[in-house]
Design a protein around this ligand. Structure first.
Ligand code: HEC
Length: 293
């Protein structure tokens, strides 16, 4: 039959190019379809990546150099006032180990099993949670687990931190990094330009070549107050530099003989060590000379 002009024939489309066929897979694009828009990985792409990396590294370098790292004091094993604490992001694990059912007999539970469940759970999550749904309120189990974990971590961190602060207050401890910072500010307040690096206690040893200085090194004093007379302020042992401003020779002699506060009497021990009474008197005399100018 020929096609007439006034045909009432129905037009039937075979397929519709305006509607995409549904397919579960996206068509793999062929890069030859984008001339000039693709590039080779080596060396072009890699070179670009490296350049970005260098800029980032230089940025970090500038930050590192402009702000000195907040170092604490050198480690001091005799310092009983130091409370070891993990970094803040591990506080929750640290706190977890304080509970009775995760410590002592059950310590394996706290150190291995609970963390294994947590991290193992994260690892298998992509295989268990295979639903297509992306909205969190349509995935009650996954979302609930996540919320629960977040709440638990926050709670444990806060509890651990408050406990730490209470302990500091109870024992009257100022943490080292804060002490260090205070010293730095005190040093700056003195007006010295580069004083930030020097500790504030600036008294020097008077008459360091006096024979009594050798006696001091033989005496018991050195084991606590240190060869440099700086003591260990962080452990409550005062410096003996500048002690002459505080105590006279007689008073120092008295402290050696009778002790003071946390320092036991030292006289007998030093006689046992081979010092004579005259030596100890000389020592006290020398210490009384330790004054700031
Ligand atoms: C076992 C550690 C120890 C030894 C050893 C020791 N001291 Fe002390 N000394 C201390 C402590 C701790 C204090 C702080 C006491 C206090 O007031 O609570 C102190 C305080 C002092 C003070 C007073 C300082 C001040 O600022 O009030 C003097 C002086 C002193 N010692 C001298 C000596 C002499 C001299 C010797 C050696 C013969 C000596 N000490 C040995 C631990 C020691």
């Amino acid at each position: 039959m020929a096609h007439g002009h006034k045909s009432d024939e129905k037009i039937v489309y075979v397929g519709d190019s305006r509607v995409r066929a549904k397919s579960s897979r996206l068509p793999q694009p062929d890069f030859s379809a984008y001339p000039g828009k693709s590039e080779v990985f080596i060396p072009n792409f890699l070179l670009k990546e490296w350049m970005v990396a260098v800029v980032v590294l230089v940025g970090i370098l500038c930050l590192v150099m402009s702000e000195a790292a907040p170092l604490g004091y050198p480690a001091d094993p005799t310092n009983t006032q130091f409370i070891p604490m993990p970094d803040w992001y591990f506080l929750f694990l640290y706190q977890l180990l304080k509970y009775p059912y995760t410590s002592d007999k059950f310590v394996v539970f706290g150190t291995v099993i609970v963390p294994a469940i947590m991290f193992g759970g994260l690892m298998v999550a992509p295989f268990l949670d295979t639903g297509k749904e992306r909205r969190f309120y349509k995935r009650p189990i996954t979302s609930a687990l996540m919320m629960l974990t977040l709440i638990a971590c926050t709670y444990l961190t806060v509890v651990s931190w408050t406990h730490y602060e209470h302990e500091l207050k109870d024992k009257n401890i100022i943490p080292e990094h804060i002490k260090r910072e205070q010293e730095m500010h005190a040093g700056k307040g003195d007006g010295g330009g580069g004083a930030a690096k020097k500790p504030a206690a600036a008294a020097s040893i008077v008459a360091a070549d006096d024979p009594a200085a050798e006696l001091y090194k033989k005496a018991t004093c050195v084991s606590c107050h240190g060869g440099d007379l700086k003591g260990m302020p962080s452990s409550g042992i005062p410096a003996l530099r500048g002690v002459g401003d505080k105590h006279s020779q007689d008073e120092i002699m008295n402290i050696i003989k009778k002790g003071q506060g946390n320092m036991a009497a030292q006289y007998d021990d030093n006689i046992k060590k081979g010092l004579t009474d005259a030596d100890i008197t000389k020592l006290a005399e020398w210490l009384a000379k330790q004054k700031k100018e």
